[in-house]
Each structure stands twice: as C-alpha cells, then as structure tokens.
Write a protein that binds this ligand. Structure first.
Ligand code: ZN
Length: 605
C-alpha cells in the first residue's frame, strides 16, 4: 500500500464530522455536548458508546474499543487503515497521491493473472482423467469434491515442463513464471517447481492466488513444498485458508489454527470452517494481526509431539501479546487433526475444541513434563518456565487468575509467584527497551514494530494518568518533553504513545487525540489513546494531578534503576567479581543520593 502523507490524513479527518458519520450507522442520542449510542461492536441494551465531538473520537466503556473516524470504518467494515483512508478520501473528495501505486501495482496485477492461470491449469489437470489417482487420494484423506473445489485444489502433473509448455503456449515467458516461483532455473535448463503434487493455492484476502503449497504424491522430498518468497507472497504474512474461513471466524469469534494445509481442508470438509494454517512457518506476529481482525479467541490444535508442543508455545507467545485469548486443543499423541477427525468423527472433534484448555493450564502441563519430580526445586523451575508467557498477557485480571492457577497447581506461595512475575516483567520490559534503543539507532520506523511485540505489563498508575493528561491537553506536551525523557516511561505501550506525541511537538505541531489515533491505529493503539483521554476527563484538578504524576513517575524510574543495579551487584557478587561489585556499589551510592526525595514509597502508584 502506498504511504499516505499525514497532512492528507488530517485533512480528510477535518472534513467529516465523526458524530454525523457514525450517525449513519447507529442511532445517536445527544448527551450534553457529546453523543452516546448502543455500541455497534458489542451487544448491549444501555448505551456505553460515547462520541466526543470536541475531540472527534469515540470510546466504548463496554468493550473498550475506541478511535477516530478511520478506526470506526476499520472496525465496522473490517478494512485496513490505508483502505479506510482511501474510502473516506473518496467520500470527501480529497485526492490521494496516485503515482506511488503505479508501476508496482500494475506489475502485481500481471503476476496475479499469471498465478490465476496456473491455478486453473492445476484445477483442470486434477479434474481430467490424469487426475484420477490424485482425486482418489484426496477423497481417501477426507476431502470431498465440493470442498476440493472451494479450496481450488489442483494437480501439478508429472514431468519436468508441463506447466512451462502450457503457459508458453499462452504467451507467458519463462522469466515471468520464475518471478512467481513456479519455475526453477537449473544449470542447463528451466523446469517446473511443482511436479506430481497435489496443489493447495494460497489465496489472499482480496481473493487473489498468490502462491502454492504442494503435497508430494510420490516419494519426492520434501513432502510439502511451498512457493518461494516472491513480490506477492511472503510466507509469514499470510494464512492458508483465511479467505475461506473468515466469515465463520467472525461468526464464532474464534479461529482454530492447525499445522498443515491438509488439516485445514479436511476440517473444513468436516464442517469446521473457522480453521486456518500458518504456511510452514512458526506463527508470526503478522499472522496473529491478520487473525485479530476477525477473531477474539484462538484455539491452537497442533500435533501432540515435541515439535508441535514447541510450535504451540511459540504461537501462544505471539498471540497473547496481541491480546487474543488463547486455548489449546490437545490431540491424541501421534495424530494430526485430520486423522483424528477421520478416526473419531465430528462430535468428538467438537468436544475436543470445546474442552480446549487455557494457555496457562497448557504451559503448566508442559512444564510439569519437563520438571516432573515434584520436588520443590522442580516446581520452582516449572513456574519459572511458565512465567515469561504469563507476563505477556495484557489483561491484568486474567493475569492474576493465571497466577492463582500456577500457585495452586505447582503448590507454591501465590505472593512469591506474583513477585517472581514482577521480576520477569521488568526484565522483559528492559530487554524490550534496549531492543528498541538498538532499533531506533538502526531505523526510526522500526521502533513501532518492536514496541508492539512487547506488552503493557508494569503497574502504571501515575504513568497512565500522566500520559492521559497530556493527550487530553496536548499543550502540556512541551512542558513534559523538557522534564521527562520518553525512556523513563516503563510501559512500552504508553512509551510508544508518548514518543509519537513528542515527535509531533518537536515538529512544532500540537497533535489532537484524533490525529494521534491516526498515527497509532495500525499498531493497534487507537483504543488505548481514546481510553486514556476518557480517563483524563474524569480528573477534576488536572494541573495538580499532572505535577504529582510527573514527580511519581520520576521517582519510580529511580527506584527501578536502583533495583536493576542491585540485581547486577548480586550477580557480580555470585561471580566473585570484586572489582565490578565495588564499581557498582559506588554507582549505587551515587544514584541513591540523587534520588528525588519529594515523593517516596510510591512504587505502587
Ligand atoms: Zn462496545
């Protein structure tokens, strides 16, 4: 997508009144200067969806969604940010720059047409008489004809140049086929990449074929072969089956993730339409974001072997960070979901998904397999193994429920587990911070991605209110920028928001909350901005609160730095590195004396 200049985004926003726009979708009631409505994004009888006309933002107290006009359209029509901007630009007649999407866009079109042609060639081959063995194979594995057609399965025929010669006849050049990954250039000649394979086209959300996965029908290795990365296809950014599954996922609010194409297609055939598969990769953040457009909850149904367990754990980490609820369906050992469905039937499978365990229970069980003795040391180790993932759960209530579960199941003291969690959390936060520092040096635009991969976890009372007050009255930003470097904010989400505020201030602009939402929506932080503004509006003595929060945040930073230093001293002591211990102790002493004394004992906020 072309990058749309921010002034244009702001201009579009200025030309449409939010209340008027939302009023076309839901009936509004006036409430003072503002409006309220029954939230279009969750079921409710009494309105908790508020539109702030001054600030041109909305926020729902029921489900927590919030944003500006673009976010509303994104949520309502499930489009991306650039798509929402595009639509509204057309609506108000603001022309967007076209040239940026000229050449690459038309190239893409040509490549897509080529892949579509290839897909049809594979489909025809499978339907023809030479496809009869492959059809039987698919049938035996549980793929009926309608499902086969819906997923557009095909057959890459035997032989080295079948697709090549068919395509050449239609005027396609070998170079074009190579560009979409269908042709391999060998030492002396070029040949079809996919030969004697059952073909699964990878279809993007615009219903374009962008690549293929092929299951070997003879002894050819590898068993599953994927398209290489091309201009159109990047494996970590798509999910197999999502186009076909999306409506069912919206309906169920749940997506099931399985390992392979076959699992996905076979389950769809069995009536489980809300199933997708990553494309032969570890589950990525991009894939999780894609799912988050449609699902609130995800069930991971990977194989029960060690590799599957590892994949599950990695998947959990990625999904949890984006705030998706994660459950794990535990398959019988040695069985793929497609085998399980054939062996046990639909009702059994339904029950398996219904009884999927929560991520914490899953982690505890894996940890107990790793540290099985039941001795105190093992139980502590098990908890240590589980906690880094739990630290990433954004919902505080859920996190504390999980804590309770861990303490109970591992027979540990809940208080102690909670303390450990705090430690893990601050370790993760400082690791994320140094990762962010590194990436900021390398490329400023990277910082956004890094922050998104971490989670707001630290107790952030005063931080939260401080940022809220700045958002509510952006004129405070200048003052804050003088007194508080963005690094001193511990919560990665708040830090990211503040850094955008500072960028705007440094550029001599005063960003309204609605503009900030535009800047942050794609990182999933639009709702956070509106929630903060809403929070600020509950504060009466704003100026005093602002000063107090600032003092507290600075005091917390010092306390955190001292604690980190203490940790390092302890490590050096254990290593009997006396020189370092001495140096750190001196540093500790100095820092301790510099500590602001105005507000003490306020680490809890
Ligand atoms: Zn709502």
């Amino acid at each position: 997508m072309p990058l749309i200049p921010e002034p244009l985004i702001d201009e579009i926003q200025l030309r449409i009144d939010l209340a008027e726009f939302i009023g076309r979708y839901v009936p509004l009631k006036r409430s003072g200067r503002h409006f309220k409505a029954n939230c279009p994004f969750h079921k409710e009888r009494t309105p908790s969806f508020m539109i702030n006309s001054d600030k041109q933002i909305f926020h729902c107290f029921g489900c927590g969604v919030g944003g500006n006009i673009f976010s509303f359209l994104m949520l309502h029509d499930r489009v991306t940010f650039p798509e929402a901007v595009q639509q509204l630009a057309e609506h108000v007649g603001v022309p967007l720059p076209q040239r940026q999407r000229s050449s690459s866009e038309s190239d893409h079109k040509a490549l897509c047409a080529l892949l579509e042609q290839a897909c049809r060639f594979f489909e025809r081959t499978l339907a023809a008489s030479q496809g009869s063995a492959a059809r039987t194979y698919a049938q035996n594995r549980g793929v009926s004809e309608p499902t086969r057609q819906r997923f557009r399965l095909g057959l890459a025929p035997e032989g080295w140049r079948r697709l090549l010669s068919a395509a050449t006849k239609q005027g396609t050049t070998p170079a074009q086929l190579e560009a979409v990954g269908l042709l391999v250039r060998g030492a002396s000649s070029a040949y079809d990449r996919f030969r004697n394979r059952l073909m699964f086209p990878i279809i993007d959300l615009r219903e374009r074929v962008i690549g293929f996965g092929g299951r070997s029908l003879d002894a050819q290795e590898p068993k599953y072969l994927n398209s290489p990365e091309t201009a159109l296809y990047s494996k970590g950014r798509h999910l197999f089956g999502l186009t076909q599954a999306k409506d069912a996922i919206i309906r169920e609010k749940t997506a099931v993730i399985v390992e392979g194409y076959f699992d996905c297609v076979v389950l769809a055939d069995g009536g489980f339409s809300h199933v997708v598969s990553p494309l032969g990769t570890a589950f990525t953040v991009d894939q999780a974001r894609l799912l988050k457009r449609y699902a609130e909850r995800v069930i991971l149904a990977f194989d029960a072997d060690a590799a599957g367990e590892e994949a599950t754990r990695r998947g959990i980490d990625v999904l949890v960070e984006l705030g998706l609820q994660v459950h794990v369906a535990q398959l019988p050992p040695g069985m793929d979901p497609d085998e399980a469905l054939r062996a046990h039937g639909r009702a059994w499978m339904e029950q398996l998904f219904r009884e999927a365990i929560n991520l914490c229970e899953f982690l505890i069980r894996s940890a107990l397999r790793r540290y099985p003795s039941g001795a105190m040391e093992d139980r502590v180790q098990a908890a240590q193994w589980v906690l880094p993932t739990i630290a990433k759960v954004p919902d505080a209530m859920l996190r504390s429920e999980y804590l309770r579960l861990i303490a109970q199941r591992l027979r540990l003291d809940e208080q102690a587990v909670a303390q450990e969690l705090m430690k893990v959390t601050s370790r993760l936060a400082s690791a994320a911070r140094s990762a962010q520092d590194r990436s900021t040096v390398a490329s400023p635009s990277m910082s956004a991605t890094v922050v998104h991969a971490t989670t707001p976890v630290v107790a952030t009372g005063p931080e939260r209110l401080l940022i809220a007050l700045v958002l509510d009255d952006p004129s405070r930003a200048q003052r804050l920028q003088r007194d508080l470097p963005v690094d001193e904010i511990a919560d990665p989400m708040l830090r990211r928001i503040l850094s955008v505020v500072y960028e705007e201030t440094a550029a001599g602009r005063v960003a309204t909350p609605a503009q900030l939402v535009s800047r942050l929506t794609e990182e999933g932080l639009g709702g956070a901005v509106t929630a903060l503004v809403t929070l600020a509006q509950t504060v009466t003595a704003q100026e005093r609160a602002f000063e107090e929060c600032l003092q507290r945040v600075r005091a917390q930073t010092r306390t955190r730095e001292l604690a980190l230093l203490q940790d390092r001293i302890r490590t050096a002591q254990l290593a009997e590195d006396h020189a370092t211990v001495h140096r750190l102790l001196v540093e500790y002493q100095q820092r301790f004396e510099q500590r602001p004394t105005a507000v003490k004992g306020d680490a809890d906020g």
